[in-house]
Design a protein around this ligand. Structure first.
Ligand code: RIB
Length: 311
């Protein structure tokens, strides 16, 4: 099988997942929850992890603090063969920390202290791009916006397609991302970027068209949670339904989708097959607790698909 070379530029966080969250607390209120667990996460690191466990050759560019969480994050990536030589341990910053409040349906909200991620520099990215030749770059927004823009510009100069996972939710100017290969927000991120709450396919099309006009990508890929994935290429749109599973924790599901999709496209899968594989990988991820720990291998996804398609 072809082993793509994928560069992931993005965040590395220690996650503190709190489970059985009954409601959002008000100021001055203390709300009891069921249990908690620490797990390695961060949108960038999760995407790197997913691509690696599904067979890609992955290089990570990121920043952590020179502390125990930072060391743990690097170790977890190295365990699955990710090249971490461009991850900078920053002695003047703390490792990013995400406190993720998960309700019983698997939905969550989180508070993220970006710490060292906020110091991720375009020069860190340039060093990796100068040294290794990549098939695709995968990035997110949990880092300085200038680094997001420069990563795209540096990749474009080298004719490398870029996939932007538009998370976390924020409205950013897209002019400097014009011509990007893929822009992929989830529902909350779509609303933050476009002002459109995607309740139906009509609104999905409206939002996708707006993003297409602003960023001029080859594809807009809207991740719509349990409803599935909506793709628009400037001419036609298509809805791919999600696989039905018992959701426990959706942390990292979007990251799993992005990386699985990119890996399969780089391996030469056609678009529909890559989406089918990536939605299956994300479905497995939501049925387990935690971010990286819940990301399935290529074989697990294949077995899941075989079962689902034989039903
Ligand atoms: O996308 C999920 C990730 O977002 C979590 O692992 C958390 O670290 C936040 O960055």
């Amino acid at each position: 099988m072809i082993q793509p070379n994928i560069l992931v530029v993005g965040s590395m966080n220690m996650d503190l997942n709190i489970y059985g969250v009954p409601k959002i607390a008000q100021f001055g209120q203390s709300v009891g929850c069921d249990s908690y667990a620490y797990a390695t996460g961060g949108k960038g690191a999760n995407q790197a992890y997913a691509a690696a466990v599904q067979g890609a050759n992955v290089t990570m560019v990121g920043r952590v603090g020179n502390d125990s969480n930072g060391h743990a994050l690097i170790t977890e990536l190295e365990k699955v063969g990710i090249h971490t030589g461009f991850v900078v341990p920053d002695k003047d910053a703390q490792t990013g920390l995400a406190t993720i409040m998960v309700e019983d349906t698997g939905r969550y909200f989180s508070y993220v202290t970006l710490g060292a991620n906020n110091k991720l520099d375009p020069e860190d990215v340039e060093k990796a791009l100068d040294k290794i030749s990549f098939d695709m770059v995968l990035m997110q927004l949990e880092m300085p916006l200038e680094t997001v823009y420069r990563t795209y510009e540096l990749a474009k100069e080298r004719n490398i397609p870029v996939f932007l996972d538009a998370g976390p939710a924020m409205n950013i100017p897209l002019d400097r991302l014009k011509g990007i290969h893929i822009i992929s927000p989830n529902e909350a991120e779509t609303e933050a970027l476009t002002g459109i709450a995607v309740e139906s396919e009509k609104e999905a099309l409206e939002a996708a068209k707006q993003l297409y006009e602003r960023a001029n990508p080859a594809y807009v890929v809207l991740k719509m949670g349990s409803r599935g994935v909506y793709v628009y290429d400037g001419k036609a749109a298509k809805m791919y339904p999600a696989w039905k599973v018992d959701a426990i924790d959706s942390t990292g599901a979007g990251d799993t989708f992005n990386a699985s999709f990119v890996n399969k496209i780089c391996q030469g899968y056609d678009f529909d097959d890559a989406i089918q594989f990536a939605t299956a990988a994300a479905a497995i991820c939501v049925s387990r607790k935690g971010a990286q720990v819940s990301i399935p291998s290529q074989d697990e996804v294949q077995q899941f698909l075989t079962k689902q398609l034989c039903k």
